[in-house]
Design a protein. Structure first.
Length: 357
């Protein structure tokens, strides 16, 4: 009930403040924060150099211990010394010394995937915005919009009479008063419906953009941690019993890096579906003047909910590609809360007053 009241208050504010109704502008502003995250990663990455000395010291100690143990065991058993496995600690130490350059090369290998998918989602978003512009222009050509809203935003009584009462031949004074009252009522109903849809669209578009931003924020946070702690992990991987930490580290880094390309692919797929739905809606609007997938229509709002839920599955999809083993408690908490908030938003959208049958 508390969630219902909070979201309903947000809807009321959206109805009272016209600037809140600019859903697309708010969502675009949130998407613009992605640039800040990219800059944050570049600013924080050089700080991994502070742990290079620590990692190098651990790796050197581990190398001496590892080589001494293997050589002593071979000598004690009167066996020939296998030199090839002894090169592993030296190779890891060399990587730690040049860790910043190695990490830059690693990111350079993975970055074409992110850049290629970013082009896909950019083209898809541009096509969706173009179709929405055509859709809004088509809506403004309908008789209903021209009669109840019009360029003056006040409606046109004479057009409304032709639209609502095409076969009416006039009438007396009481009939005229009744029509004027009906005209005012139709305008109020039309505007209230549009304002409510606009407020719901604002909330869902903000949640949709915030879901993508949240996934990318978690991704950048995890990549920064992996980058800063990388030399320490590599140093520990020299010890016997900890060799697996190197492969787990690499798998985890690739897994988390792939979150952004997967988000881009998901956004491109959702955008392509939107294009087809908007095109179908344009055809329906041209044939019978009925619309169901406009920027503020129910079909679009439901689609936003689907998109929000899809974004919470990105870490699981990345785990299908490169299985890193286990999971992050922070990741599970964030995705769990995202599912709960989405469910509450859908519940309020369908039943804003919290009335239960």
């Amino acid at each position: 009930m508390k969630w219902s009241c909070l979201v309903f208050m947000a809807l009321a504010i959206g109805l009272l403040i016209p600037s809140v109704a600019s859903a697309q502008a708010v969502a675009d502003h949130i998407n613009g924060l992605q640039v800040v995250l990219d800059k944050l990663y570049k600013d924080m990455l050089p700080k991994c150099s502070s742990l290079i000395g620590v990692g190098k010291g651990i790796a050197c100690f581990a190398s001496v211990f590892y080589i001494g143990h293997r050589v002593w065991r071979s000598m004690a058993a009167a066996e020939p010394i296998d030199v090839y496995p002894l090169l592993r600690p030296f190779a890891i130490t060399l990587v730690i010394i040049n860790f910043s350059a190695v990490l830059a090369v690693f990111n350079g290998i993975l970055s074409p995937i992110a850049n290629g998918t970013k082009t896909m989602v950019t083209n898809s978003d541009a096509a969706v915005k173009e179709l929405f512009a055509k859709k809004e222009a088509a809506v403004k050509n309908t008789e209903e919009w021209q009669a109840l809203v019009g360029e003056s935003q006040l409606g046109d009584y004479s057009l409304w009479v032709k639209y609502a009462h095409p076969s009416d031949g006039g009438g007396g004074m009481f009939s005229k008063i009744w029509k004027e009252m009906q005209f005012i009522w139709d305008k109020m109903k039309y505007n209230m419906q549009n304002e409510l849809k606009m407020a719901l669209s604002t909330i869902l578009q903000i949640l949709y953009a915030a879901a993508a931003l949240c996934i990318n924020t978690l991704r950048i946070f995890n990549l920064i941690l992996l980058g800063i702690l990388g030399p320490l992990v590599l140093g520990l991987s020299v010890f016997d019993g900890l060799h697996h930490t190197l492969s787990v580290y690499l798998a985890r880094y690739i897994n988390i890096y792939l979150w952004l390309p997967i988000c881009n692919i998901l956004g491109s797929v959702l955008g392509t579906i939107q294009q087809h739905l908007i095109q179908l809606d344009l055809d329906a609007l041209a044939n019978n003047g009925v619309t169901s997938f406009g920027l503020y229509d129910a079909g679009y709002l439901v689609f936003m909910v689907i998109g929000i839920i899809c974004y919470t599955t990105v870490p699981s999809i990345a785990d299908w590609i490169v299985h890193a083993g286990g999971g992050s408690a922070l990741q599970h908490k964030v995705t769990g809360h995202a599912h709960n908030v989405t469910g509450k938003a859908v519940d309020v959208a369908t039943n804003p007053f919290g009335i239960r049958s």
